[in-house]
Design a protein around this ligand. Structure first.
Ligand SMILES: [Zn+2]
Length: 285
């Protein structure tokens, strides 16, 4: 039986985005948010991403040492909606808590299918970022440094244009694979899929400590086959034996794509999204 090709799309394992020579610290919970902050700052700010490369944001437990970094931060940006709530605890115990910006409060979120919550993975849609997260970010930056408002606005305008160009490129790039289906282990791709016309046929959210019964597995494999999904998409920090089994039995590849990235460069967000788009195109070709 074909196991399928195991493709690894990993970013360089790197330290947090860090611009040295700082007089202030701007912090973000995950890499894409840190990369957005980097679009606004020049050498005088240090940008710290709290989630280490390769860690699972849904289950991450911050270390006490990270409190020290946050004590120097004037701004802390998080996704919210249940993704990175650990940061709120960390920020509360900080002696000198930074201004906390929860971007998901500014973005129209999709409801989660089951638990009645909201889906936090909005950053994978550059249009949502441009229209909702970016204005919230600019406003927060202006509040902590009103004297730099003009500069932030002009940088925001440039970043808006960059995101529009990114979206246009992705529309073109993904047009030939519109309507194609995939199966996700963790449903991180719904905003991306909605924007670019991909279909999430099913999800295999693993229940910790529990394996699928033979009957559940048979049903899932049947559903996957029926959907004509071309791949089972897994994330690098959340490998799932069940996913591998489903892929094998349905005869489709298991593909690793990273929704969080962990690169370390300004402009890294564009790189992350383009990298992921290429990975999806490759799956569907
Ligand atoms: Zn997630």
């Amino acid at each position: 039986m074909r196991f399928g090709c195991l493709l690894w799309f990993l970013f360089l394992v790197a330290n947090p985005v860090r611009v040295v020579g700082e007089s202030r610290v701007l912090a973000a919970t995950i890499f894409p948010l840190g990369a957005w902050l980097a679009e606004f700052t020049s050498d005088e700010a240090e940008i710290v991403v709290v989630l280490p490369a390769g860690a699972n944001p849904h289950t991450f437990e911050p270390l006490p040492a990270q409190v020290r970094v946050l004590q120097r931060a004037s701004l802390l940006v998080q996704v919210g909606a249940g993704l990175d709530d650990w940061i709120e605890k960390l920020a509360r115990v900080s002696r000198n808590p930074p201004r906390l910006v929860t971007l998901s409060e500014h973005v129209p979120l999709l409801p989660l299918r089951e638990e009645g919550g909201r889906d936090p993975h909005f950053w994978l849609d550059p249009v949502l970022v441009r229209d909702h997260a970016l204005p919230a970010l600019v406003e927060a930056l202006e509040q902590i440094a009103p004297d730099r408002a003009m500069e932030y606005r002009s940088r925001a305008e440039r970043w808006r244009q960059e995101l529009s160009r990114l979206d246009a490129r992705l529309q073109t790039q993904l047009a030939p694979v519109r309507g194609r289906a995939y199966v996700a282990v963790h449903s991180a791709w719904r905003y991306f899929a909605r924007r670019y016309g991909l279909v999430e046929a099913a999800t295999i959210e693993p229940v910790p400590g529990r394996e699928l019964s033979a009957k559940e597995m048979t049903e899932l494999v049947r559903e996957v086959r029926r959907s004509q999904a071309r791949a089972v998409v897994v994330e690098p920090y959340a490998f799932s034996i069940t996913a591998a089994q489903v892929a094998r039995e349905a005869g489709i590849p298991l593909v690793t794509i990273d929704p969080f990235g962990s690169g370390a460069l300004p402009g890294g967000y564009v790189r992350l999204v383009e990298h992921n788009a290429r990975a999806f195109v490759q799956v569907f070709r």
